[in-house]
Design a binder for this molecule. Structure first.
Ligand code: 3PY
Ligand code: MG
Length: 247
């Protein structure tokens, strides 16, 4: 079967949601809609490592690849997601080439990195460590988030780090940082700079969008979109459902 990484690297248009509700039930419900992937968000959600494993298991049952946005850059967060069987990791707030190199080192096995080979779920609980290591070398997605003004300044150096599969732009944090720093650039300028830098480095780029219409627009310029989230879908559906009935 073609892996998510293969599809990403050949620039297939890929669209899926963030999942932040701490429940495998939500994963099953959303995965039933057949997104190209789901991205379980442990950066901004109360999802423990044990629950994360169950959420990845639910995505596996639905045969939808699960990426995990890890809660921080520390190698232990990256290892926890990958050892639980995630198809890849998204590392938030990468602003320098050194941080990008550290992320690749934690997520990839030698010789590209220094990830430890563990006996966890991904490796069939000891049944298939060599097989898993070979699959992981070929298929693990390493996505970094560029979402600070410093990341825009350092983008050429960051994206020259070998082993990065996706430059994912976080417009929310980038906008917050830009507003705090001031200056004459607009958010749009910075997003454009990041997309251009990724194109020059021949690294696929992606972005977060709020809805389908925005995704249609972005797919003209890039090939990977995280559209909304489980909570956003539920919020919108609830607000629509319980809007006051006509008089
Ligand atoms: C951001 O916008 O800051 C993100 O992390 C992705 O939505
Ligand atoms: Mg962010």
């Amino acid at each position: 079967m073609t892996s998510l990484r293969d599809r990403l690297l050949r620039r297939d248009p890929l669209r899926g949601p963030f999942l932040g509700i701490p429940s495998p039930v939500t994963v099953e419900i959303v995965a039933g809609a057949r997104p190209d992937f789901v991205c379980i968000d442990t950066e901004h959600s109360p999802i423990s490592d044990a629950l994360l494993t169950d959420m990845i298991r639910a995505a596996d049952v639905a045969r939808v690849p699960a990426l995990v946005r890890v809660r921080g850059k520390a190698p232990c967060h990256i290892a926890a997601a990958l050892d639980a069987g995630a198809s890849g990791v998204m590392i938030p707030h990468v602003s320098t080439a050194d941080e990008a190199a550290a992320a690749v080192r934690a997520a990839r096995y030698a010789p590209e990195g220094a990830r430890g080979a563990g006996p966890g779920r991904a490796a069939g609980y000891l049944r298939d460590i060599p097989g898993y290591v070979a699959r992981a070398r070929a298929e693990t997605v390493v996505a970094i988030q560029l979402e600070t003004v410093q990341a825009v300044e350092n983008a050429p150096d960051i994206l020259a780090v070998p082993g990065i599969d996706l430059a994912f732009i976080g417009p929310g944090d980038l906008g917050v940082d830009l507003a705090a720093q001031g200056g004459s650039h607009t958010l749009e300028d910075l997003v454009n700079e990041l997309i251009d830098a990724a194109a020059r480095a021949k690294v696929p780029s992606g972005i977060f969008t709020a809805d389908r219409a925005a995704s249609v627009d972005w797919f003209r310029r890039l090939s990977f979109v995280i559209e909304g989230s489980d909570a956003l879908l539920l919020t919108q559906a609830s607000d629509t459902a319980f809007d006051a009935l006509p008089g």
